[in-house]
Design a protein around this ligand. Structure first.
Ligand SMILES: CC(C)(COP(=O)(O)OP(=O)(O)OC[C@H]1O[C@@H](n2cnc3c(N)ncnc32)[C@H](O)[C@@H]1OP(=O)(O)O)[C@@H](O)C(=O)NCCC(=O)NCCS
Length: 333
């Protein structure tokens, strides 16, 4: 199969919740302090969906903003790919719920969900890039979105302090002839040894033996933070080396590194290992916490809003997550 088309990010749109939960707010719910959370993670506050809000509405809003930004009409979209591990419900897919909200102008565009946890956006970008490069699809709405407030256990201080919610969408399509922008390389990988260390459990027939069972019918997250920390700091460099080799580039050609925002200490350790200056590393975990699949497009959104991202800049994107999974990409803006 020959790939003749380079995929570009034609537009981006983000919708984060208005509801802010600060570390001091959390200290009134669990035994923690602002100082502990800031020192161990870098997080000061996060945005969470309010009770009754649906992720599908956030996804549809982010998608409309991305289409506006790209100047692409809804009728041209031929695939909606929703990356999430926290959908409103398992079936039908969140992508189909978003399809419904966007309306009949979408026609029969395909729609499905992809779950690679915090690596979701990069798994989605990897897949979408191949679908566009081969001419299989022409306009893909790739939407990363998470609702942690629906799955966090607010009696478990080791996890409930970490996560935030939101939605961010990109419109992908072939770049114009002669343009040097677009996706230069992507890579994805997984390590099933990690399955024990981050789990979204659900009381019920699949896990009656779970030692953590709460028996209240609600899904809940459990994590072995120390193990995840070790994996994350290691895979960060592995994934970047892999994708830079595929792109035929070196670290000094990267204008901005946008890492998954899991923990400020993981990001700093990873950046030091690959010798990239701190001012070239995007960090917004302070304001949003870990938004899982959303954190990388949210980083792009922030860079654009701050006026720092210029046409022609080269971005390296890297993420890891439950599974374990990892992904990386090199994109010229
Ligand atoms: C979760 C994480 C912040 C915990 O930081 P840590 O330095 O590893 O802390 P530990 O788990 O070793 O816990 C140290 C102590 O702090 C306590 N603690 C845990 N959460 C706390 C909180 N919110 N407030 C106060 N104390 C807390 C623990 O109970 C433990 O106490 P003990 O020593 O008396 O047993 C860190 O391990 C981490 O970020 N891991 C990666 C998680 C991640 O990236 N997940 C997403 C992947 S996409």
């Amino acid at each position: 199969m020959t790939s003749t088309l380079r995929t570009g990010i034609l537009g981006i749109g983000t919708r984060i919740p208005d509801n802010v939960l600060t570390n001091d707010d959390l200290a009134r719910i669990v035994d923690t302090t602002d100082e502990w959370i800031v020192t161990r993670t870098g997080i000061r506050e996060r945005r969470l969906l309010s009770p009754g809000e649906l992720l599908a509405d956030y996804g549809a809003e982010a998608a409309r903003r991305a289409l506006d930004n790209a100047g692409v009409p809804l009728s041209e979209v031929d695939l909606i790919l929703a990356c999430t591990y926290t959908p409103d419900r398992l079936c039908p897919s969140l992508a189909c719920d978003i399809h419904h909200r966007l309306g009949p102008e979408l026609g029969s565009a395909a729609a499905f969900d992809l779950n690679a946890a915090c690596s979701g956006f990069l798994y989605g970008l990897h897949l979408a890039d191949k679908l566009i490069a081969t001419g299989t699809h022409r306009r893909i709405l790739l939407i990363a979105l998470e609702n942690h407030s629906g799955i966090l256990d607010f009696t478990d201080r080791s996890t409930c302090i970490l996560f935030g919610d939101g939605a961010s969408a990109v419109v992908l399509g072939p770049v114009e002839d002669g343009s040097d922008s677009g996706i230069y390389a992507t890579c994805i990988g997984a390590d099933g040894e990690g399955t024990a260390h981050i789990q979204l459990l659900h009381d019920g027939p699949m896990h009656p033996e779970s030692p953590h069972a709460r028996n209240d019918g609600q899904p809940y997250l459990r994590m072995n933070g120390r193990e995840v920390f070790k994996y994350a700091t290691r895979v960060f460099g592995v994934a970047l080396d892999e994708v830079l080799a595929l792109a035929g580039m070196s670290t000094d050609q990267i204008d901005f590194l946008i890492p998954h925002q899991a923990n400020m200490r993981i990001i700093r350790a990873g950046a030091e290992r690959i010798h990239i200056a701190p001012e070239r590393v995007v960090m917004n975990i302070e304001r949003y916490g870990n938004t899982a699949s959303v954190s990388i497009p949210l980083g792009i959104t922030d860079l654009l809003a701050e006026g720092r991202l210029k046409k022609g800049d080269t971005l390296a994107l890297v993420a890891f997550g439950a599974g374990y999974t990892y992904g990386a990409a090199v994109v010229k803006w």
